[in-house]
Structure formats: structure tokens, C-alpha cells
Write a protein that binds this ligand. Structure first.
Ligand SMILES: Nc1ncnc2c1ncn2[C@@H]1O[C@H](COP(=O)(O)OP(=O)(O)OP(=O)(O)O)[C@@H](O)[C@H]1O
Ligand SMILES: [Mg+2]
Length: 311
């Protein structure tokens, strides 16, 4: 039972020079094989956390380990286990794509890695750019290279900091297919993204960061239930159903001509009751659509709640 977590973080704090508190005491474990989402608004501290794991940023205090190896005291061991797609490339090396991937392989002590490099370039649709200098690549192409470089040493843990920002639809789909397969092979994946529908589709468990603190940490399904217990019901009538009963106007979110949208909370207003009332109206129902809670709603609710509690 006592499996070593892929990522183990306790009381992690970071104060940047100048006094800005970016991480205010983070506790977090990610288990081997998880597809984990690290979400939060701009400036929440996601990249700071990731950069501490990869040794780019020094923590102020607390514990941060990759498979039990401390990210500073045992840097080489922990770094070897980690592949990181950084949010930004700090510099543009004067390398072609292939040279860069070989150089990165060399950093991890891999001298004969061309087969895997070719496979990565093919997956990222970079094969035609293999001999192009990194400085000549478009933004989206560069991001593909960043994704490939994170994986050159087949790390057991991959951390992707906004991997799909500025990436076209086709590559995004290809990337997720690839990362899903990598995860299905037993590797741990940690994903940061502002595209919440991506997190909703991919992640098993999600942490939400705000002001350097974990404000929610749960299975995706639990977050969806907790954040937004309501669903959105859209009803199209054959004509304007004016004069809705009060019980329905209380739930009304919007109306335009013959269409009405309602917020349905299963606790207070069971869907069955609402449908009965709708059917008794003089206007005929011609279409019904029920929108399940989305991660985006849960996310906004949780952040709003935190702000209210802070006031
Ligand atoms: N090198 C730095 N020096 C000083 N402050 C920094 C530095 N890097 C980040 N910060 C500050 O730390 C806080 C957390 O930033 P961080 O980049 O970790 O947020 P993030 O959650 O990754 O945001 P985003 O979604 O915009 O990428 C922000 O207030 C940011 O301004
Ligand atoms: Mg960031």
C-alpha cells in the first residue's frame, strides 16, 4: 500500500525577491499513473510550483520530492524522473530541431536515442522541420519541440505547463492522443491548462490553486458535483410561453422569443417536477436540452466562493 508518490509536496512556500508570496504552503501528492490537473487563474502559482519541481526556481521552504528524491538535494535523480514542457522557453538555442533533441538526450546521458527522437518528431509532426533551426520556427512549432524535448528520456512523470497554448487543433488532438497513450503505459501526467474542457476530458484528479494555495483538490467527478450542482435546461416552445408560473420564473436564466433557459438544482427542484409544470403550460414543448455541469462552472463557483470567504 505504501507506494512512493510520484510527486510529494508538503508546506511548500515561495517568496520571490521583492517579497511577493507566490506559494503560501502547498500540500499535494500525485500518485504514480495519475493524470493530474493543476488549474488556477493567472498568477495563482502553477508555474512556480512546476519550476520548483524541475529545479528552475528555488523554494523558500517546505518539501518537494519526485519519487522520493528531493528536488534540490537530489537534483540529478529527481530531474531524471521528470519531463517538463515549460510555459515559455527562456532562450532560443542555435540548434536545429534534431540537434536540440540530441543535445537534450545527451543531458540525460542518452547517446543512442535517434529512434525515439524520430518517433517523437513524427508524433509531433516535426519530421519536415528536423533540420530547421529553432529560431526559424513559428510559435506553435516551437511548442511542439518543447513537448518533444520533455519526453526524450521517457520520464516516468511528465509535467505540461500550458502545452496547447497557441497550438492548432490538429496538433492538439494528436498531442492528447499521444499523452493519453503515454499515461496508459503507466506514466504520470501533470497538466496545467486554461482550457478547462481539456482538463475535464483528460484528468482523473484536479487541484485548483489560487493565491498560492490549494483551494480545491478532488476527483474530477466530485468537483463537478460539488462546484455546480445545477444543470441548465433549455426549452423551446412552439410560441412565446408568456406568463410562466412563479416557481419557474425563480429558475429562469434567460429568454428569447420561444426559448427559455432554466437553472435546475436537483436538490430543490427535481427535474420531474419542472417537466410536469412545463407540460401544463398552454405553449407546446418542441425541444428540450439538458446541459450537464461543466468543469468551467465548478471552477468559477469555487474561485468565487474563495473570494467571498476572503471578504
Ligand atoms: N521570477 C519572478 N519574480 C518575481 N515574481 C514572480 C516571478 N515569477 C512569477 N512571479 C509572480 O508569482 C506569482 C505566481 O506566478 P506563476 O507564474 O507561478 O503563476 P501561474 O499560475 O503560472 O500563472 P499563469 O496562469 O499566468 O501562467 C505571480 O504573482 C507572478 O507575478
Ligand atoms: Mg504559468
Amino acid at each position: 500500500m505504501s507506494e512512493i508518490p510520484a510527486i510529494h509536496i508538503r508546506g511548500l512556500r515561495k517568496t520571490y525577491a521583492g517579497g511577493l508570496l507566490a506559494l503560501a504552503g502547498i500540500d499535494l501528492d500525485v500518485q504514480p499513473g495519475e493524470f493530474f490537473g493543476l488549474l488556477g487563474p493567472n498568477g495563482a502559482g502553477k508555474s512556480t510550483l512546476i519550476n520548483i519541481l524541475s529545479g528552475v526556481v528555488r523554494r523558500s521552504s517546505g518539501t518537494a520530492e519526485v519519487f522520493g528524491f528531493d528536488v534540490e538535494r537530489e537534483y540529478r535523480r529527481s530531474r531524471q524522473l521528470l519531463g517538463v514542457v515549460p510555459q515559455e522557453l527562456a532562450y532560443d538555442p542555435f540548434f536545429t530541431v534534431r540537434e536540440f533533441l540530441r543535445w537534450q538526450s545527451g543531458y540525460f546521458g542518452l547517446r543512442h536515442n535517434d529512434k525515439w527522437i524520430d518517433e517523437l518528431m513524427a508524433e509531433m509532426d516535426l519530421a519536415s522541420k528536423a533540420d530547421t533551426n529553432l529560431r526559424m520556427l513559428s510559435g506553435g512549432m516551437k511548442r511542439r519541440v518543447l513537448i518533444a524535448q520533455a519526453l526524450v528520456h521517457r520520464p516516468p512523470v511528465v509535467v505540461l505547463d500550458e502545452p496547447t497554448a497557441g497550438v492548432d487543433v490538429e496538433l492538439r488532438q494528436g498531442l492528447w492522443r499521444f499523452i493519453r497513450r503515454y499515461n496508459a503505459e503507466g506514466h504520470t501526467v501533470i497538466l496545467t491548462t486554461h482550457y478547462l474542457e481539456e482538463a475535464e476530458e483528460l484528468c482523473d484528479r484536479i487541484a485548483i490553486l489560487q493565491n498560492g494555495q490549494v483551494v480545491a483538490l478532488d476527483q474530477k467527478e466530485a468537483l463537478l458535483r460539488r462546484g455546480s450542482s445545477h444543470r441548465i435546461l433549455t426549452v423551446t416552445f412552439d410560441r412565446d410561453p408568456d406568463g410562466l408560473p412563479e416557481v419557474l420564473t425563480d429558475l429562469l436564466l434567460g429568454s428569447s422569443e420561444a426559448v427559455r433557459t432554466f437553472r435546475v438544482s436537483s436538490g430543490t427542484h427535481p427535474l420531474g417536477d419542472i417537466l410536469k409544470i412545463l407540460q401544463e403550460l398552454p405553449a407546446e414543448i418542441i425541444d428540450l436540452h439538458l446541459q450537464e455541469p461543466r468543469l468551467e462552472d465548478a471552477f468559477t463557483d469555487i474561485l468565487q466562493q474563495q473570494r467571498d470567504d476572503g471578504d
